[in-house]
Design a binder for this molecule. Sequence first.
Ligand SMILES: Cc1ncc(COP(=O)(O)O)c(C=O)c1O
Length: 367
Amino acid sequence: MQSTNQTEQISLTRGVPAVEALPTKLLSECFQAVLEAPDGWSVLQYGHNGGYLPLRRLLAEQYNVTPDQIIVGNGSLHLQDLLSALTIKAGDIVFVEQPSYDRAIKTFRRRGAKVVGIPLEHDGVNIAILEQAIAKQVPTFMYVIPDFQNPAGVTTSAHKRQALVDLAEKHNFWLVEDIPYRTLRYKGESAPLLRDLNAERVLTISSYSKLISPALRVGYLVGPLALVKELTKLAEETILAPVLPTQAAVVEFHKRGYFASNLENLKGLYAPRLQSIVAALKKHMPTVPFAEPEGGFFVSIYLPTGTDTLLQRAQAAGLALTNGQDFFADTLDGGEDAMGQRFVRLPFCALTPVQIEEGIRRLATLL
Ligand SMILES: Cc1ncc(COP(=O)(O)O)c(C=O)c1O
């Protein structure tokens, strides 16, 4: 059995894939095949801004839409930014789950939105508070991560998914569902996509960052034709042309059957890591409740009391943590959410079970 040096620094900061999960050999074959094909030149030339057509065709089939309803971008954060640039005007408001993905909150703010967090419960946002927030001001869009949420690890129930699309329909706002972790399900059954409940109100964003490699920078958005057309025009004006070699490599990865086998490898690697973190939390912090996810990259906890010295004390104990407050947007009243001081995100995929056990043991000593 592997051991962990007591002085080894353990990082519970970034939600990155494990290095041993990155398929270097398989991708190397795919890049070679793409570039050595008779039309290999075509992926080294300027291309159409919706992205590589064979990839859009493949995704169109998967989502049961036309290729024109798909734009492929340089990772999904790029598409969140393009969408924000297109839709947010001065004075606009955007809702997110509270807590939410920190970079998304920053992106929406940078594009001029006031970002309000709707408290996230163990099965999705608090719908009564969402209704109160809508009554104050209807958002331009609401951004949700319905499956294995970053940072909380929560999955939205089928019942709350229906409530979200009903509210979006009634009050005329977009729902942006971001689903990069959805297929990393280690047990249990998936709830429907929001777009399966109402495709006209929902923009679906996802990426290959967690399923093949984040450095490929291949993410995509699926939405109604008119909006995707506008996004494509904006993409052309800002990045001129898509990164075709990596998009073509993704198609080759699918064609060769590597996507399915790689996904099984990822699940085989990550499922025991999820089990380890759940077991370690129950063992070392038996009184701290947490939502037990069935997939994804994250578990999260709220500490019994808030502390602004946690990060420094953790560092001294050989544990790197992210500032919980970064995952919190404004409250409905416009203030800072004090829950941020108690929130700790625990990404588990890039650590071995032994490192996970030791990391959680160290965290427990700080309470
Ligand atoms: C919920 C969520 N959305 C988007 C991203 C950004 O991913 P990409 O690499 O596709 O830009 C991440 C990355 O961690 C994420 O967790």
